[in-house]
Write a protein that binds this ligand. Structure first.
Ligand code: HEC
Length: 163
């Protein structure tokens, strides 16, 4: 599984150089572009994520995981993008099972996914780098490669049907 994630990252890296860049941590005051992304992201979160992950990102015990997220996930922007593009199910998070299912939300545009994840990554006590639309564009290409959705380790696992 780890190897597969590495492969996806390599593929994503090939199609776009964005992953090669190291971004500085967000400053206390976000840039105007990030500030605008956060405003849009908040509204998108309320519309598409809040019902499961809750307004304060604490989730629902045993059902929907908190988005006060582990370093593992926050450090890994592609993993979060893939969770939104592909959905998630049947995976233990920090050793705990969640019986809820996160639907794939690839109907959101690349910019919308970047906005909502930037919001998540900079709220609920999370302090992580913004996600940009170009990263999502690259990952979407990878996800749509035949078979990739089904096999990816961030994917939903048992019972998930390839499109
Ligand atoms: C219908 C409920 C539901 C909705 C809506 C939903 N999620 Fe989820 N989300 C889940 C569940 C359940 C999981 C864990 C799935 C598992 O156990 O495999 C999850 C997992 C995640 C994870 C991975 C967490 C981790 O620590 O690995 C992220 C990130 C995430 N969701 C973000 C979002 C965002 C952003 C949105 C809105 C665009 C969203 N979710 C909408 C239910 C939902």
């Amino acid at each position: 599984m780890k190897q597969f994630l590495a492969l996806v990252l390599v593929l994503a890296g090939l199609s776009s150089p964005v992953f090669a860049q190291k971004k500085p941590l967000p400053k206390a005051k976000p840039s105007p572009a990030v500030a605008a992304s956060l405003v849009r992201g908040k509204a998108l979160y309320a519309q598409h994520c809040l019902s499961c992950h809750q307004a304060d990102g604490t989730g629902v015990e045993g059902l929907h995981p908190p988005l006060i997220i582990t370093n593992e996930v926050l450090g890994d922007r592609p993993k979060m993008v893939l969770a939104v593009l592909m959905g998630m199910q049947h995976r233990d998070i920090k050793g705990k099972p969640y019986s809820g299912a996160m639907p794939p939300m690839d109907f959101l545009t690349d910019q919308q996914i970047a906005d909502v994840l930037t919001y998540v990554r900079q709220n609920f006590g999370n302090k992580a780098t913004a996600v940009n639309a170009a990263e999502v564009t690259s990952l979407r290409k990878v996800v749509y490669l035949k078979g990739t959705r089904y096999n990816h380790p961030a994917g939903p696992g048992d019972g998930w049907q390839a499109p």
